[in-house]
Design a binder for this molecule. Sequence first.
Ligand code: PLP
Length: 408
Amino acid sequence: MIDNIDIDKIRSEFPILKELIYKKPLVYFDNGATTQKPQCVLDRINYGYEHLNANIHRGVHYLSQKATEAHENARKTIADFLGAEKREEIVFTRGTTEAINLVAFSYGEAFCHEGDEVILSVMEHHSNIVPWQMLCERKKMTLRVVPMNENAELDMDAYKNLLNDKTKIVSITHVSNVLGTVNPVKEMISLAHARHIPVLIDGAQAVPHIAVNVQDLDADFYVFSGHKIYAPTGIGVLYGKEKWLNAIPPYQGGGEMIAQVSFEKTTYNELPYKFEAGTPDYIGSTALAEAVNYVQQIGIENIAAYEHALTTYATKRLLEIEQMRIVGTAAYKGAVISFLIGSIHPYDLGMLLDKLGIAVRTGHHCAQPLIDSLGLPGTVRASFGIYNTKAEVDIFIDALKRVVIMLS
Ligand code: PLP
């Protein structure tokens, strides 16, 4: 047991960790991109198809009712996990990207007009930039960008100055997928609310790693992806305060989201179904709830402490390497380390590490404006999950030292 974490047991629950990559044990440090899945999640997917598969919400028959019950129980699990007041405030989406597109479109339709402004930060993922840019183009609005200081922390004075009567929404990442910075989102929300401006928080890199309570944050919208928290791809979550979800129009039309349809007029379903057009991913939702239960059994506070210790250890060991440059040195960081070594191209480092069985990410990490603003060619990113260990960090550092010699 390390920091209340039974790491051997956890590792034994992830079948993929037994894979050999080029005949070497897999060291998977690409958790920021997606996480591996524990056996209980894999079993839940199979169980769904083997025992509970029928389209939900519409059927009077046994299987349909059971599948509906499982899907709606999953919604309740997610609502409790995020600290939402009501299960109706949880909308299932395909992931973070779809959730942000939904809000950018629907909120934009209802509340945004020519001349209005949207505030983002310089460290946003493309999925929290492009949907807002599309809204700005559609409505002739302007994007405003919060800069950061040399420690990769958002410039809060600049943020305060950007908030004004034209600001219609603020959309900020909770944790940067490149820099690891944990942003002061509670304070940012409170500053926006003082001007009655709603705030969306991109929780893709936060929810798997730190405790999140949407009511405590007072977030208006909070979004995340299942696949980054040990659940399957294709399922994610939009939390929205009931008042906002009621105030904005549907995003997509189709089955499920309607109350009555005629060729003259359609009326929409109640929350959350108004935003869930078509057959929902009811297998994915139940597998996501299984993953969330798995995380809660380990304890999100235990996970946060364990990953913090691991990230601190990895940072210290990385700094043993000459010409190491850690990109992102905020005081409060998540389980992400971006770095560069001398003038070696990140892609070369990543390619050679791969040959040694180590999976890291290289490039702009879907945050091109951030990487451009730093004048970098990209970075190498190691991002940790609950099954990673200090022993793996040691393998990684030894491999890096070998690779640097080869590339120098
Ligand atoms: N936001 C952040 C901060 C991310 O790290 C990612 C994925 O890496 C996304 C959004 C997009 O997530 P998805 O591709 O699952 O929609």
